[in-house]
Every structure is written in structure tokens, then in C-alpha cells.
Design a protein around this ligand. Structure first.
Ligand code: GRF
Length: 186
């Protein structure tokens, strides 16, 4: 699931193509028809399904459509890789322990919007990225994997975001592999 640029989606697809991740990324779902993530899916040869959030009159209705799509695709798990919509228990309960999210901070620090900006403003020496299970409370579920990124005195939002994203692209395939091991052992 992606809403914007889709670089984490691409990192997952490439890790699977290189056999670094034992997974088949069967589809991308986007909520913005014109997002770069959709164009990446086309370039990478991955099916893309559009569920424009503006076509639904509630978060629950959008999530019902997502569950229907994932059920038709018979997915084992779902990754929110830059999904900029709050999800409801409709989606969360359909994939217990199988819905992951990536967030640009060392959770539980800096939950919510613009975690990079929050870290810069807090003047902490270290931030990073986390992959966690999704719960109804935003950015609050069990953390599966994290990577740390130092904040340099020369950093601004752009330079720090770039270094965090670089780590995200390494971390996400590892976290999906960890989650997959758990799913297959139950
Ligand atoms: C990532 O920084 C992720 O942590 C956050 O949204 C961003 C998505 O980036 N949830 P991209 O669309 O994968 O490039």
C-alpha cells in the first residue's frame, strides 16, 4: 500500500527479484491515481490497484474495499509502505499480526506526522526508522525491526530524510522476512 513516491515499495520488489527476500509482491494498492508509486509499479511489472479515497464516504468503506481486494489476491500479509491514510479496525482485524507499517523514527519516539521534523526540533542526536505491526492507535504496534540514523549538526529536513530513507530501503525487506518467518511458523 502506498500513497506517494513509492521508493519503499520499489525496494521490496527489487529485494524479492534479487531473491534477497523470499516473497512474491503480487500487487500494489494506491489511493492517489497520479502517484509516483503507481508509475513505479508499471515500470516494475507489478499489478497496481487504485482505490481513490475520494470515492469513499468513510475510512471504513475504503478499508472494506481494501480487504476485498487483498482477499481476492489471496495475500499472506500487507505492508503499508508510505500509506498516508489512517486505517480502521476493518483492515487491521482482517490481517491480525499481518499488517505492517514503516515509520521514519525510532518508535516509540516521534509518532504521527512529520517524524523527521519532530526529531530535528527535539535536538536528539539519533533518529531512524521502524517497521511495526499496525494497531488502531497510530504508530503504536509492536516493533519488528529498527535502524538508527545519527542527526548531524549540518542536517536539514531533506538531508536527514534522505539518509533515513536509505536505511528504510534496507530495513523493510528484512522486516518483511522476519514477519514472514512468524506467519509461516503458526
Ligand atoms: C517513508 O519515509 C515511510 O517511513 C513513511 O512514508 C514514507 C514513504 O516513502 N511512512 P516512499 O513513498 O516509500 O518513498
Amino acid at each position: 500500500m502506498a500513497s506517494g513516491n513509492g521508493s519503499n515499495f520499489e525496494a521490496l520488489v527489487k529485494a524479492a527479484k534479487r531473491s534477497e527476500l523470499d516473497a512474491h509482491i503480487c500487487a500494489l494498492v494506491v489511493n492517489n491515481p497520479n502517484c509516483e508509486a503507481r508509475r513505479r509499479a508499471e515500470r516494475l511489472g507489478v499489478k497496481c490497484v487504485v482505490h481513490d479515497h475520494r470515492d469513499f464516504d468513510s475510512r471504513e468503506k475504503l478499508d472494506q474495499a481494501l480487504v476485498k481486494t487483498f482477499s481476492m489476491l489471496a495475500v499472506e500479509g500487507v505492508v503499508m509502505a508510505g500509506w498516508m491514510r489512517i486505517v480502521t479496525s476493518i483492515l487491521i482485524d482482517a490481517y491480525p499480526n499481518r499488517l505492517l507499517n514503516i515509520h521514519p523514527s525510532l518508535l516509540p519516539s516521534f509518532r504521527g506526522l512529520d517524524a523527521v521534523d519532530q526529531a530535528i526540533k527535539a535536538r536528539v542526536p539519533l533518529t531512524g526508522c521502524s517497521v511495526h505491526l499496525v494497531e488502531p492507535e497510530v504508530d503504536a504496534g509492536q516493533v519488528l525491526a529498527q535502524a538508527a540514523v545519527p542527526i548531524l549538526s549540518s542536517d536539514n529536513h531533506l538531508t536527514l530524510s534522505k539518509r533515513i530513507q536509505h536505511q528504510e530501503h534496507q530495513l523493510l525487506p528484512i522486516a518483511v522476512a522476519i514477519a514472514g518467518e512468524c506467519w509461516r511458523s503458526v
